[in-house]
Design a protein. Structure first.
Length: 306
């Protein structure tokens, strides 16, 4: 039985638990407006929550998107059709949300990628609606603030996961919605050609420097992490563990990325070509990092450990 429910973060701020991919946790901030950040939880859970406070999906005033991933944007267009709410995102996310062909290219699934139809099928089966073209009404920039009753939201750019990823700070309860800096055991996800391990590390460190009361994870079933400094360290450490495994595979004789992924590191029980694509992109980032750090070289297209 599904146990999805909501979690009260502070007066007027709630998380509707979506949990692991292909869903995500959805932040709801009540005030002058009803603001929804990342509508990726089950839509019936969001509806039930709103009904519980005598509102409906039609009463949503604003949707904020943390980044363009299908699991975070999935219900945005449908809610917009019902409520005519405004949709706000940063200047990278907005054009991708408006034109999903651009989004596909941004995520590495241009028409030339043979995995594209399988990825589209995954999105349509698990995140139906995410590939509908939408319309962003408002562009958010780093540091932009908007007050909503007792709560002020502020945008914090945190690229790396994707170039457009941002967190949403809740100033009065002094929390931050971390979106996909999600503190899961899996660790950071950087499985697109334009993801960046270095930028992800910088974004993790940026959160670590702040003195929040807690980080709200975009995917943990218990979303609020108050003692987050150690959690961020452990989360970042997953990157080091993976990089060690990639180096070990090359030391053991894997000469190409394909040979490294033959014994998958990121998704050990990998069975699906879409996840093999994600694995491949993540390993490619590690190979680049190992090259840059002088642990490996490429000779005649072969990876060689030094
Ligand atoms: Zn994401």
């Amino acid at each position: 039985m599904e146990t999805t429910t909501h979690y009260e973060l502070a007066d007027d701020s709630y998380v509707i638990i979506g949990g692991a991919f292909p869903r995500c946790n959805t932040l709801v901030v009540m005030g002058d407006e009803t603001i929804v950040v990342d509508p990726g939880c089950a839509i019936e859970e969001l509806r039930r929550f709103l009904n519980g406070i005598d509102l409906s999906l039609n009463d949503i005033d604003t949707i904020v998107l943390s980044h363009i991933h299908p699991d975070h944007i999935v219900h945005a267009t449908r809610i917009h059709r019902l409520s005519r709410c405004r949709i706000a995102a940063n200047d990278i996310t907005a054009p991708l949300f408006n034109d999903k062909e651009k989004m596909k290219e941004f995520l590495g699934f241009s028409r030339s990628n043979p995995v594209r139809p399988l990825w589209e099928r995954l999105v349509n089966e698990k995140m139906y609606g995410a590939l509908d073209d939408g319309r962003c009404d408002e562009i958010l920039s780093n540091g932009d603030k908007f007050s909503n009753g007792n709560t002020t939201l502020r945008v914090l750019y945190t690229p790396g996961h994707t170039p457009d990823h941002m967190c949403i700070e809740l100033l009065e309860p002094n929390l931050v919605f971390g979106a996909d800096i999600d503190l899961t055991e899996f660790g950071p996800y950087y499985g697109h050609p334009n993801s960046s391990i270095d930028e992800f590390r910088n974004s993790i460190r940026l959160l670590k420097e702040k003195e929040y009361t807690g980080i709200v994870s975009g995917h943990l079933p218990n979303p609020l992490v108050t003692d987050y400094s150690g959690a961020l360290d452990a989360y970042e450490h997953q990157i080091d563990l993976r990089e060690d495994l990639v180096l070990l595979a090359i030391q053991d004789g894997a000469r190409s990325i394909q040979e490294v992924t033959g014994n998958p590191i990121i998704y050990p029980s990998l069975t699906d070509p879409v996840f093999l694509q994600f694995e491949t992109w993540m390993i490619e980032h590690h190979v680049k990092s190992l090259e840059k750090r002088g642990f490996i070289v490429r000779r005649n297209e072969h990876l060689i450990a030094l």
